[in-house]
Design a protein around this ligand. Structure first.
Ligand SMILES: Cc1cc2nc3c(=O)[nH]c(=O)nc-3n(C[C@H](O)[C@H](O)[C@H](O)COP(=O)(O)O)c2cc1C
Length: 315
């Protein structure tokens, strides 16, 4: 199977789990890896929050020996903070640092971070140089532009600054998910830069992954992996056999059971997060709405474990 390297990290296959706020915590990454994801990232973390040693941020930064290779995704408004945060990043056992230049949330834009950086390409370049000078394998995740498409210019600058790979979510910062990701620009960039390009946007099955891998080195999956970690297994099977397997509720709910076990072990998830993630598993099956409503009533991790356990017993 075609795969690629980021710096000296050799990926076992070309499928990546996208960074996702409220989703890609340590237990979630571990179940997606078990299903086949070759690389996973923390959710986006603001450098300011890391520097202030915010308790929630610290939990989200947690990783473990099985959680490899791992990228920590960071963003922030200040070059000085990128310098100050280096010692903390060095203690973290991360394989690579990814710079988020794509988040369009109002809070992030107010903080002059995320996709705001697409308006300040020279800042992205400075961040990359600081991380590279400190020995980190460094990548960036960008969109096609802020309001105007400047993807080729930014991609070339990112390469010139020393980045080891580039991920492109093929939409402008303010495009909603209703606007299809435009993969043509991923293809354009791939032809014009030499570092690996990871394509992202609207991948939901094996056939689309195959199309993405014709134009990019890697395929990154976000929404389709929420509540369905086994998408990685199905896609890998498609890449080997050309056969698309269907979603299987009972196998997937066992993955949520595993998530709960890991959440208990690593103590990184609060109850609202576990319920949000769990609700995404309860779909594509008869009675899903009632199951989700029942889940929301649960008052502890133990109650959720019991609820999910009975579901496994029932199927
Ligand atoms: C719930 C959620 C949280 C997200 N959080 C992040 C994040 O922390 N960092 C990031 O770079 N992108 C984030 N994204 C964007 C995704 O990584 C991805 O670029 C986008 O959803 C397109 O991929 P998809 O079509 O496979 O969903 C998030 C998306 C979703 C749905």
């Amino acid at each position: 199977m075609k795969s690629f390297k980021i710096g000296n990290i050799k990926l076992k296959n070309p499928l990546l789990l996208a960074p996702m706020v409220d989703v890609t915590d340590l237990p979630y990454r571990l179940i997606c890896r078990k299903a086949g994801a070759a690389l996973a990232y923390t959710e986006m973390l603001n450098v300011g929050a890391i520097l202030h040693e915010n308790e929630k941020t610290r939990r989200l930064m947690k990783t473990c020996a099985d959680d490899r290779p791992i990228g920590i995704q960071i963003t922030g408004p200040k070059v000085s903070e990128f310098r100050t945060v280096i010692p903390i990043l060095k203690t973290g056992n991360y394989d690579l640092i990814d710079i988020n230049c794509g988040c369009p949330s109002i809070r992030t834009l107010d903080n002059e971070s995320g996709s705001f950086l697409l308006k300040k390409p020279e800042k992205i370049a400075s961040y990359i140089k600081i991380l590279k000078d400190n020995g980190f394998i460094t990548t960036a995740k960008i969109r096609l532009g802020f309001r105007n498409n400047n993807i080729v210019k930014i991609a070339k600058l990112i390469e010139k600054s020393g980045a080891d790979a580039l991920t492109i979510h093929a939409r402008l910062a303010h495009d909603s998910y209703k606007i299809p990701a435009d993969w043509k620009f991923i293809s354009d960039v791939k032809k014009q830069i030499g570092i690996p390009v990871i394509g992202n946007g609207d991948i939901t099955d094996g056939k689309q992954t195959t199309e993405m891998l014709k134009i990019a080195d890697g395929a990154m999956i976000a929404r389709a992996a929420i509540g369905d970690p086994l998408i990685f297994k199905r896609i890998l099977n498609y890449l080997k056999t050309g056969k698309e397997e269907g979603f299987d509720f009972s196998s997937n709910i066992k993955m949520f059971d595993e998530y709960l076990r890991l959440a208990k072990k690593y103590e990184v998830c609060d109850l609202p997060r576990i319920k949000f993630i769990g609700a995404n598993f309860l779909r594509n099956v008869k009675g899903a709405a009632k199951m989700r409503a029942d889940l929301m009533q649960k008052k502890s991790l133990e109650e959720i474990e019991e609820f999910v356990g009975s579901m496994i017993f029932d199927i």
